[in-house]
Write a protein that binds this ligand. Sequence first.
Ligand code: ADP
Ligand code: MG
Length: 231
Amino acid sequence: MIHLTGIRKSYQVGKNKLEVLKGIDLDIADGDLVSIMGSSGSGKSTLLNIIGILDSYNEGEYKLDGKLIENLSEKEAAVYRNKFIGFVFQSFHLISYKTALENVALPLYYQGVGRKKRNAIAAEYLEKVGLGDRMDHLPNELSGGQKQRVMISMAMSCEPSVLIADEPTTALDVTVQKTILELMQELQREKDMGILFITHDLGVVAELADYVVVMYKGKVVEQGTVWEIFS
Ligand code: ADP
Ligand code: MG
């Protein structure tokens, strides 16, 4: 599903070129649950933003479902994102004047799903993340962890081929974390959804991930099954 070869990305900071990704090769099959690990600043978010077609790269090749993702127009990029990718952001991107239910239903609206159906799907996913009684709340009437759960149900409700989650559980308490992670695993199994997530929690990785990718200073320094990485 996802093939990256020799991906390089740098930023111009003043007169200096800051190399953030220094040649990433990565293959992710349909339905894999992959955890990306690595210290802060190693390039994890940059890599996931490229995979999620939210950012461009300077060198190398990125193929998503066989299609070369390069120099896409904003419109084309949106089509591919809608078709394949669900993104759970580290920060909150909820629309302040829409309720939790309306926020979750919004991507489905863009996919052309009718009102009744999209509201039913949105409600189902809000129930799944434990927010059945908060559907009519506006974002500012929700706690940080609840907003994070709204984001997660929004990304999941479209049932994307690949769900990309950048530290999805950091704002959540332990019980809710467990619910979310179990839900991710359930979706992966039921819908054959690929999941790519960044976390620092070794327990989560050991319990959930099929495959672990370890990054350090812009490179993949290790990758393999949980067993291969941690034994
Ligand atoms: P991680 O998610 O692993 O913590 P990031 O991918 O967010 O790392 O960042 C990798 C490096 O790229 C960091 O050193 C960060 O400061 C730098 N960086 C990220 N975005 C930008 C940007 N827009 N401009 C300049 N440098 C950036
Ligand atoms: Mg990050």
